[in-house]
Ligand binder design. Structure first.
Ligand code: 13P
Ligand code: 13P
Ligand code: MG
Ligand code: MG
Length: 362
């Protein structure tokens, strides 16, 4: 038992309503009920929310990261939701629960996990970003802007507590290796990797003194089940203010919707639209990809909030721009660069078509 607080965000798609567009209210109620009952002695506080067809469990506790009891609680919560999803015949019921038996840690079993342990500051503003219809590399560009770009984050220039910069921990999603870059000194090295968002993803950002600033649900997911199991629909936790990016600096990268991989059948590039939680129901061509930002103040481990930060009218233009980009890209139909390159698509008919035509190639 530690005096520090741990914030764990664990998410899974356990059945879409309708198709892949949202979570059925009965599943959210079930998750509330299960966490409320079984989490009573474990959790300081929790919130159940969703983005698109993904259920997100936001939990605070004092058991540290990778804690078996906490992971088991999340696993059992998803399992009991899956029973309802099966009864309602929701789409892809149980889709993200890749294993039948819990084995100590939920990582590698399908659900996405972002956790950080820290000492709660006198005021502890936190943003939980949650995305649907995309992959963990989607956070690369915004994290770079938040923690390394002075044109986004003026604090890097004028706040003496931020001026020394931050450290980025980057995960190679294929080889499952990590490397840490100290910025601004190693900015250009960092960008060689962050620009290849399908392979390298930011796992965490630290202050130079080692204090945790941000953590994502990045994991070696795509190849996890021994095959491609889809875009992970990642989450990201960012601590804000007082030596860390201001809330507005953490939100600012999403004012210019960048292109991310995911969207229809996990096989297309599209703009990521910042939306309110209510508007996070991707329908057009199963998208475009969405991101929501829920703000919390922590108070002795209690989650005060959420505040739905992208509900602000100041993001209307970003939404408009994203919709225009979506119109443009959709007109390309099955052509790259709207459709992903062959080796990144979630599924493909190429082998069957090739087999059928093999005698006609000469
Ligand atoms: P306040 O002066 O309102 O605390 O704001 C400081 C700040 O961080 C604004 O980004
Ligand atoms: P999800 O990853 O959100 O389930 O979406 C899958 C899909 O194929 C959308 O077209
Ligand atoms: Mg789904
Ligand atoms: Mg999803």
């Amino acid at each position: 038992m530690s005096e520090k607080i741990t914030l764990s965000v664990i998410k899974a798609d356990i059945g879409g309503f309708v198709g892949h567009s949202s979570v059925h209210p009965e599943l959210l109620q079930e998750a509330e009920k299960t966490l409320g009952q079984r989490g009573q002695d474990l959790l300081e506080d929790f919130k159940v929310t969703c983005v698109g067809d993904d259920i997100n469990l936001v939990m605070t506790h004092r058991k540290g990261i990778d804690n078996e009891q906490i992971h088991k609680l999340a696993w059992e919560t998803f399992l009991s939701c899956t029973r309802i999803a099966r009864r309602l015949k929701l789409y892809g019921a149980g889709q993200d629960l890749l294993s039948d038996a819990f084995s100590g840690n939920i990582k590698g079993m399908g659900p996405g996990v972002a956790e950080m342990e820290f000492e709660e500051r006198p005021s502890e503003p936190i943003i939980v970003f949650m995305a649907d219809k995309t992959e963990p590399g989607a956070w690369n560009l915004p994290l770079y802007k938040m923690f390394a770009d002075p044109f986004n984050t003026i604090g890097l220039v004028i706040d003496p507590k931020m001026h020394e910069g931050f450290k980025f921990e980057v995960l190679d999603l294929i080889e499952n290796k990590k490397v840490t870059f100290s910025c601004p000194e190693e900015l250009y090295d960092l960008l060689v990797f962050l620009g290849a968002a399908n392979r390298y993803a930011v796992k965490a950002v630290y202050r130079k003194n080692g204090e945790i600033a941000a953590v994502s649900s990045t994991q070696r997911m795509n190849l996890m089940a021994g095959r491609y199991v889809g875009k992970d629909d990642p989450v990201l936790i960012v601590r804000c203010q007082n030596g860390l990016p201001a809330v507005g600096e953490a939100l600012e990268p999403f004012s210019n919707p960048h292109l991310v991989a995911g969207w229809m059948r996990g096989s297309h590039f599209g703009p990521i639209i910042p939306v309110s939680q209510k508007e996070s129901t991707p329908t057009r061509f199963d998208g475009p990809p969405r991101v929501i930002a829920l703000g919390f103040q922590l108070a002795e481990g209690k989650l005060i909030g959420p505040q739905d930060l992208f509900a602000d009218v100041a993001y209307d233009r970003a939404r408009q721009k994203a919709l225009e980009i979506a119109d443009y890209l959709r007109q390309l139909g099955p052509f790259e660069p709207h459709r992903l390159p062959l080796d990144e698509m979630e599924y493909t008919s190429m082998p069957q078509v090739m087999e059928k035509l093999k005698d006609r190639f000469n």
